[in-house]
Design a protein around this ligand. Structure first.
Ligand code: BES
Ligand code: MN
Ligand code: ZN
Length: 496
């Protein structure tokens, strides 16, 4: 699905379908009013008949209206005007893309006159264009790479025109940004959804190389020997039980000369069985998603590179499998991290922190302006925040504030959680500098963050626990592409 802006009013737009908004109280958006006028009352008649309600999420397709250039008009329900906010906008765009009719390849959408409430004001056109592209793309994402019969995509909108009354460079730019973010999310979703026998650490390394070629990124992929040379004893402890070789993947996007980079560090466990501390069997397949942090690093860098953001980004991904075997790390084993700190592995299922701590030490060499790690780190974060908010942990107030603001703007919500020394007692060990777990049932997501904090003293750091937000279970099982929008927005604001 591609996007363009188009200077035309709703009734003259040349497309297979033109989508206009109507409110739940029978109120029309300016574009809907124009269609109504041109068609001598077809919109009001549809409302009067009860066919069009204007309710949030509903659509009504009208055909062959006199006085309207497009053969179809889609009335998109926006709900109550005073309740039309960020989420409603995305919903309305998705409803429009889905409701435009199978015969519609070219969809014109008059979405800039949908006033999106934000605090006391309204979202601007650039925001709307960005969110339009992201939301519309979500409706055409498919995971049929490994199906012998591909999903049918020969019907429905393939081209989306955003109708404008006058040229607007900011809207133009917003649309491009939205496409870049949607492309980043699609990459993250694809990698997340691929099965663990395909999406291995080696495969992630190859994907990074491919991305590097496409966007002229610097890419290094380190193998086991090189990881050993770096002294990453904690990372290596996790990969010990697996026959699949580990990878440390480094990507560099250079958009601002010698400026200090933002470092994004991703958890890339391509399958988490728990190791010797084996997980229960039910839904264990979902632990293929344990590399979604890594996938979001690739997605965010892809978005930044496509937007040609004027900043530098370093992505570092620690990728391996966590499996039990005769050579696997055992509960009680003590390992030495790259930082020199020793760790007693009391539970091999708390493996994310073990690979991340070494990656976090590794990024010191880049003298980063800020470091953000992204990880499906704890089940406890899912208990705390569900699938709504990503858990945000930060030792730097300013960075935390920037990330919360980016989350709001990107409609990719995050909620701040504490990182405080009072929690550190839980991971005291009698035999090593620290243990890798605290007390069962006590602030597990915070403990994991406090463990990581011990490796991040050299820079400004934040941690995103995406265990609840990176994928969906059940009938809609699949990666969500979060938190690519948040990360991309943060990078955009840093680059501005
Ligand atoms: N990858 C899991 C976290 C996870 C669990 C994400 C469920 C999404 C859903 C992580 O490696 C893990 O197993 N964490 C343990 C930590 C515990 C042993 C301290 C957990 O959350 O149970
Ligand atoms: Mn685990
Ligand atoms: Zn894990």
């Amino acid at each position: 699905m591609d996007f363009s802006t188009k200077l035309a009013s709703a009734e003259t737009a040349k497309a297979d379908c033109v989508a206009v908004g109507i409110y739940a109280d029978g109120d029309l958006t300016p574009a809907a009013r124009r269609i109504d006028l041109a068609s001598k009352g077809a919109v009001r008649a549809a409302i009067k008949s009860g066919d069009a309600t204007g309710k949030r999420g509903t659509t009504l397709l009208l055909r062959a209206l006199a006085g309207v250039a497009a053969p179809r008009v889609l009335l998109v329900g926006l709900g109550k005007r005073e309740e039309f906010g960020d989420k409603a906008f995305g919903e309305a765009v998705r409803a429009a893309a889905k409701g435009a009719g199978a015969g519609t390849r070219e969809l014109a959408i008059a979405a800039t006159d949908w006033v999106v409430k934000a605090g006391n004001g309204a979202r601007d056109g650039a925001w709307q264009a960005r969110q339009l592209a992201i939301a519309a793309r979500e409706t055409v994402f498919r995971s049929d790479e490994l199906k012998s019969k591909k999903d049918d995509n020969s019907t429905g909108p393939a081209h989306v025109q955003l109708l404008l009354e006058k040229r607007d460079a900011a809207v133009e730019r917003g649309l491009k940004e939205g496409v870049a973010i949607a492309n980043g999310m699609a990459l993250t979703k694809r990698l997340g959804n691929l099965p663990p026998n395909v999406c291995t650490p080696t495969f992630l390394g190859e994907q990074a190389r491919k991305l590097g070629k496409e966007f002229k990124l610097g890419v290094d992929v380190f193998d086991r020997r090189q990881i050993e040379k770096l002294g990453m004893g904690s990372f290596l402890a996790v990969t010990r039980g697996s026959a699949e070789p580990p990878r440390l993947i480094v990507l560099k996007y250079n958009g601002a000369g010698k400026a200090a980079p933002i470092a994004l560090v991703g958890k890339g466990i391509t399958f988490d069985s728990g190791g010797i501390s084996l997980k229960p069997g039910a839904n264990m397949d979902e632990m293929k998603f344990d590399m979604c942090g890594a996938a979001s690093v690739l997605g965010a860098i892809r978005a930044a590179a496509e937007m040609k953001l004027k900043l530098n980004v370093v992505g570092v991904i620690a990728a391996c499998e966590n499996l039990p075997s005769g050579t696997a790390t055992k509960p009680g084993d003590i390992v030495t991290s790259m930082s020199g700190q020793t760790i007693e592995v009391l539970n091999t299922d708390a493996e994310g922190r073990l690979i991340l701590c070494d990656a976090l030490t590794y990024v010191e060499r880049f003298k980063p302006a800020a470091v953000i790690d992204i990880a499906t780190l704890t089940g406890a974060c899912v208990v705390a925040l569900g699938d709504v908010n990503t858990g945000l942990f930060a030792t730097d107030e300013e960075l935390a504030g920037e990330l919360l603001k980016a989350a709001k703007n990107a409609v990719d919500p995050a909620w701040r959680m504490p990182v405080e020394d009072d929690y550190q007692d839980q991971i005291k060990s009698n035999f090593a500098d620290m243990a890798n777990i605290g007390m069962p049932g006590k602030a597990g997501a915070v403990i994991a963050a406090c463990f990581l904090a011990r490796f991040t003293k050299a820079y400004k750091w934040a941690h995103l626990d995406i265990a609840g937000t990176a994928w969906k279970s059940g009938a809609a099982k699949g990666a969500t592409g979060r938190p690519v929008p948040l990360l991309a927005q943060f990078l955009m604001e840093r680059a501005a």
